[in-house]
Write a protein that binds this ligand. Structure first.
Ligand SMILES: Nc1nc2c(c(=O)[nH]1)N[C@H]1C(S)=C(S)[C@@H](COP(=O)(O)O)O[C@H]1N2
Ligand SMILES: [Mo]
Length: 521
């Protein structure tokens, strides 16, 4: 290695190509890890890869590993995957010496592996792609920068044409910044990840009297294969929110402030709430953004304290007509006071399907108001109730052109068959759900290929606040078919066939499914 002074030019013979690759690789792991901890519920892509390998190693190898490492087998696997990754990073670094773009192939391949691993995780959503994307961008960006620095011609002959000679200090400085940023991000990720794990542990340890598990009432399920269950399991329940990082709130730190147009302000703790007698109720929650036939709707058993009780304790002053609900993350909505006090099961919910609320569904406390779309009622991570007037508030979604008063619309959906399905000609089972919370479903009808409306069989519903399953057997000749559905509610309304998009107050139109009937052979 030629002698270089403190400010001398970079060595020409042994430029640190391999370390540059490793540094860029580690930086990408750091940003993807921090992104996973901040924005998603999944593991970091790196851990996902290790878990994927663990799932697919042959039994005998796994057994030997357990014998060898005991309970440290997972750690051993992580170390192994880590070494493999380091080798790939170094190799990518070496490739950069040959052609500047060659490492890109390695980074893309590694990202693809991470992507597959992340998507194969249970319950993975699209947002689990973010950490992989951020990691890939970091790899390409940081390695591109380091490669660019290394490729600049060294100061051979003084006075040679071209860009000024590269100072060793510049390379080391860049490397130092990248390393420090990576360590910083990893630390942030650890802190966030740990607080989430803590809250998750607190949540699992909670034993809430009055949050009971119960099977769906008899007759609610028609048992059609392929149709979603009447009771939506927590892990399948849709998630809609604007939270960048999911709020993690320890129950003992949670407070609910009730203020505004009230006789006396209240501040409730979590125990204040759960020590009361809890109301349990099956309620269907639809999202206003749900398209015709969409799945942004779920049905669960909610446990909680009636909002009306708490409002009564605070004493609502005359003139108020709404309650502004505020979430820990700053999101807010305004709910008509009448919907909270007219006797329906409007709840400060602490339980969902017999469990403490899952974190992504609003732990420790959220509201659920039957009959209203979520964006005007179902505040997750609730921390504040402000009794006020509609003409005095502007809230998150209503300031973005969504409807201020948003009763959930009469809606029906076909689940079986799905568009594009091929079924045997003859008797074809058609099934789905219909809902109009607070009003209830009276009938559901289908029309095959534009023919007469036919009544379907309805499952039972414990109250007007839940969806009902429906099913019917239609006769389908071989060939292409189209089937549509409409519901009639208990107030005599017939579901509108006018096709309208969700904005501003919910989609309308009959869900239509195209399928192919195949002749028996
Ligand atoms: N804090 C907070 N609460 C929120 C939202 C949100 O963005 N932030 N979205 C609302 C909307 S639009 C709907 S449809 C429901 C969805 O509840 P879920 O994610 O538990 O299914 O939550 C509501 N509560
Ligand atoms: Mo929503």
């Amino acid at each position: 290695m030629p002698e270089v002074g403190h400010n001398g030019p970079v060595s020409t013979s042994r430029e640190p190509w391999v370390p540059a690759g490793i540094l860029a690789g580690l930086a990408g792991l750091a940003t993807s890890y921090a992104t996973a901890m901040l924005l998603t519920f999944g593991e970091s892509p790196f851990v996902a890869v290790a878990d994927l390998i663990a799932r697919y190693v042959p039994e005998d190898i796994a057994e030997r590993a357990v014998k060898l490492f005991g309970h440290g087998d997972r750690m051993a696997l992580l170390v192994l995957v880590g070494l493999l990754a380091l080798w790939c990073f170094g190799y990518a670094g070496a490739l950069a010496k040959r052609r500047w773009w060659l490492p890109g192939l390695m980074w893309l391949t590694l990202a693809a592996v991470g992507l597959v691993a992340v998507l194969l995780q249970e319950g993975a959503g699209w947002y689990e792609l973010l950490p992989v994307a951020v990691g890939l961008l970091t790899w390409l960006g940081v390695h591109g920068l380091l490669t660019w620095l290394l490729r600049r011609p060294p100061a051979g002959e003084p006075g040679a044409p071209g860009p000024p000679p590269l100072q060793r200090r510049t390379v080391l400085g860049a490397a130092g910044v990248v390393a420090a940023a990576s360590v910083g991000l990893t630390t942030v990720g650890r802190i966030v990840g740990r607080s989430r794990r803590h809250v998750e542990i607190s949540r699992r340890l909670l034993r809430l009297e009055g949050v009971t598990r119960a099977n769906p009432p008899k007759g609610t399920s028609l048992g059609v294969p392929g149709a979603p269950p009447w009771q939506t399991p927590n892990e399948d329940f849709f998630v809609v929110d604007t939270a960048i990082a999911v709020p993690t709130i320890e129950p003992h730190e949670w407070r609910l402030r009730v203020h505004g147009m009230v006789e006396r302000e209240l501040t409730l703790t979590y125990s204040d709430l759960v020590e009361r007698e809890l109301t349990e109720s099956w309620i269907t929650l639809p999202c206003v953004t749900n398209e015709v036939g969409g799945d942004l709707v779920g049905n669960a058993r909610w446990s909680g304290v009636p909002v009306a009780d708490v409002l009564a304790e605070a004493g609502v002053r005359p003139g108020a007509d709404c309650v502004r609900q505020v979430s820990h993350d700053g999101w807010d909505c305004a709910t008509p006071l009448s919907a909270l006090t007219d006797g329906r099961d409007a709840l400060l919910a602490v339980g969902m399907n017999g469990r403490p609320l899952p974190i992504e569904h609003g732990f420790p406390v959220r509201t659920i108001v039957p009959g209203l779309y979520g964006h005007v009622s179902a505040t997750k991570w609730l921390v504040e109730l402000e009794v006020t007037r509609f003409d005095e508030v502007e809230t998150y979604w209503t300031s973005r052109d969504w409807s201020e008063r948003a009763p959930a619309r009469l809606t029906s959906r076909i689940d079986v068959p799905a568009t594009g399905d091929a079924v045997l000609a003859g008797d074809v089972t058609v099934a789905g759900v219909a809902w109009h919370p607070q009003t209830g479903i009276a009938a559901v009808e289908v029309s095959l290929d534009g023919g007469a409306w036919t009544r379907t069989e309805l499952g039972r519903a414990p109250s007007v606040d839940t969806w009902v399953q429906w099913m019917v057997v239609v006769q389908a000749e071989p060939g292409p078919h189209e089937i549509r559905v409409r519901a009639l509610d208990r107030a005599g309304e017939v579901q509108s066939g006018v096709l309208r998009s969700p904005r501003p107050d919910g989609a309308t139109g009959w869900h239509t499914v195209e399928f192919e009937a195949i002749a028996h052979t």
